[in-house]
Ligand binder design. Sequence first.
Ligand SMILES: *[C@@H]1O[C@H](CO)[C@@H](O)[C@H](O)[C@H]1NC(C)=O
Ligand SMILES: *[C@@H]1O[C@H](CO)[C@@H](O)[C@H](O)[C@H]1NC(C)=O
Ligand SMILES: *[C@@H]1O[C@H](CO)[C@@H](O)[C@H](O)[C@H]1NC(C)=O
Ligand SMILES: *[C@@H]1O[C@H](CO)[C@@H](O)[C@H](O)[C@H]1NC(C)=O
Ligand SMILES: *[C@@H]1O[C@H](CO)[C@@H](O)[C@H](O)[C@H]1NC(C)=O
Ligand SMILES: *[C@@H]1O[C@H](CO)[C@@H](O)[C@H](O)[C@H]1NC(C)=O
Ligand SMILES: *[C@@H]1O[C@H](CO)[C@@H](O)[C@H](O)[C@H]1NC(C)=O
Ligand SMILES: *[C@@H]1O[C@H](CO)[C@@H](O)[C@H](O)[C@H]1NC(C)=O
Length: 556
Amino acid sequence: MKSESMNSSTSSTSTTTTSSTAESPIGQTLIKLISNLCFSLFVLSVLLFTVLAITYQPPDPWLDSSRALTTSLTSTLPNSTFHTDDSLLPTGEDLIPLSPTPSPSSDPLVPRSPEICTFPTPINCSDPRALDAVRRFTAEVFSRRGIVFLSFDPPVAGPNPGECDAAWRFRNKREKSWRKYRDFRRFRLFSTENCTYDVRFMGKFRSGVNARSPPGKIKSLPVEVVDSEVNDTIPTVGSEAEFKNGRYLYYSRGGDYCKGMNHYLWSFLCGLGEAMFLNRTFVIDLDVCLASEYTSSGKDEDGKDFRYYFDFEHLKESASVVEEQEFLRGWRTWDRAAKGKKSGGGKITVRKVPTYKVTPMQLKRDRSMILWRQFDGPEPENYWYRVCEGRAAKFVQRPWQAVWKSKRLMDIVTQIAAKMDWDYDAVHVVRGGKAMNKNLWPNLDSDTSPDALVQKLLKVIYPWRNLYVATNEPFYNHFDKLRSHYHVHLLDDYKEFWGNTSEWYNETRVLNGGKAVEFDGYMRVAVDTEVLYRAKTQVETFNNLTSDCKDGINTC
Ligand SMILES: *[C@@H]1O[C@H](CO)[C@@H](O)[C@H](O)[C@H]1NC(C)=O
Ligand SMILES: *[C@@H]1O[C@H](CO)[C@@H](O)[C@H](O)[C@H]1NC(C)=O
Ligand SMILES: *[C@@H]1O[C@H](CO)[C@@H](O)[C@H](O)[C@H]1NC(C)=O
Ligand SMILES: *[C@@H]1O[C@H](CO)[C@@H](O)[C@H](O)[C@H]1NC(C)=O
Ligand SMILES: *[C@@H]1O[C@H](CO)[C@@H](O)[C@H](O)[C@H]1NC(C)=O
Ligand SMILES: *[C@@H]1O[C@H](CO)[C@@H](O)[C@H](O)[C@H]1NC(C)=O
Ligand SMILES: *[C@@H]1O[C@H](CO)[C@@H](O)[C@H](O)[C@H]1NC(C)=O
Ligand SMILES: *[C@@H]1O[C@H](CO)[C@@H](O)[C@H](O)[C@H]1NC(C)=O
């Protein structure tokens, strides 16, 4: 049987050989042709693969979440990874149409009954008529400036008769988050013959210091906190049972550490998105390494706190996260406890996932308490966001809405905008490296020169308006010529808001174990971006000031 089949196969082979030999020279030419073709195909595919490998580019963060983003953000430099226009830094609150606006305070206005009163009456700040006057006045002044009032505290007496200090919470319509900001101002009131009060004078932003502390809050805090609403404390892991009831997704530090912030966010949101897909708690490393492009030393600086830049409180509310050190402490403690018992019951089960090639879908059914993704390979194999590439992109959604800018930075934004009474226009002037690069942006430098700026802005912004200039131009006096036409404001005019007497300084120092925190390049751009977004008229560099393309020559 066996030999028979051997024989038949041999014979058939020989037949084929003979037949092909017989058909030569046409057959031979054909074989040659085919083999040549195959070889070329092989060479071509090797070439293609090489080209692909060389030009491999990770996807662009802004591009891929396109639905959430405005088109102006969607293009990148063809040459680079994550080189979106880094002179602007939008985050979740800028990009995603969010939650409905909380409705403004709806306490009824005091009915103006035809009371009999002696006129003029002395002003009593606790009288409901004082609050009524303040509310009518502020509504009239600020509604045109995009400010929504959410709640008022009862006014308290100011230092002089007739003066009352009132505090309230508000939000800016141009900010899509629901975060509230606090203001307290001094008012000078007078009484009318109709038994009502009216406002004669309103002080500046946060001038009503007697109303500074919200009622019911302890006034003797170690640090005087104006915005007592930021609560980004690190939650501690609870009891053994609580810890063991959780299911965790833990990413070891990968090659993303010390990369640019766009890269960081793109990777971080991949991990968080996978955790949501797997219905697990994400273990977050609050230690952020700031890339050299944003540091004053020009070197990568690690040991930065996530909370300097982003709103950890909002993150805690929008996603299930546990801080890494707390998580490791819990793991060590309860693991030892389980080993001590030797009963085997309640053991902490861990599955190590050595490569991103194991997809989120493959992990969906895994019941281990801890899924530990390790990123040990060489770059770019060790980037977190590789997990979300390919088919996984269809299953894992990046939760952009979970990342907002730090409320402390936003408080600086609010203070700057308030200094201009929310009544300003802004121009975004991109210079820096792009202005230097005449090959890719031939006209940018001249189009953003002092004379060109004056000429172009006068066409779109009325003279003597407040003009905020958001820019990466390091030379402060570059904008001096605008000063003969506008009230020019630059970020550096507001150093007091992060200087060593500021609230920001006090609060970030607490986060940093008592050491002062530098107001770094990333924070500068974050604040610049948000002040720009709150302006009435916004003039952009590309399109409005220059016809050069945002991403270099011939890209638009
Ligand atoms: C592309 O990037 C490389 C390395 O970052 C740089 O040397 C080169 O000049 C860039 N090319 C262009 C056209 O910007
Ligand atoms: C001020 O008004 C409050 C509330 O109407 C009242 O309780 C208080 O006695 C008044 N104070 C004075 C000095 O009239
Ligand atoms: C008092 O009320 C009358 C009628 O309601 C109104 O015309 C007048 O302007 C009011 N006066 C003041 C000072 O508000
Ligand atoms: C801050 O939030 C945590 C929960 O995340 C809560 O336990 C804590 O009491 C809050 N602290 C303050 C001062 O509100
Ligand atoms: C997600 O996990 C929680 C507890 O960890 C559980 O109560 C819930 O049912 C899970 N949801 C899904 C869709 O698996
Ligand atoms: C704050 O900074 C200024 C100048 O930078 C310095 O002279 C001053 O001593 C500092 N004050 C404190 C309290 O650190
Ligand atoms: C910051 O803290 C210092 C001392 O801790 C305090 O004197 C100062 O008033 C605080 N400044 C602000 C703006 O809260
Ligand atoms: C800037 O350019 C855009 C697009 O061309 C245009 O829609 C917008 O009105 C311009 N802004 C100003 C202030 O001229």
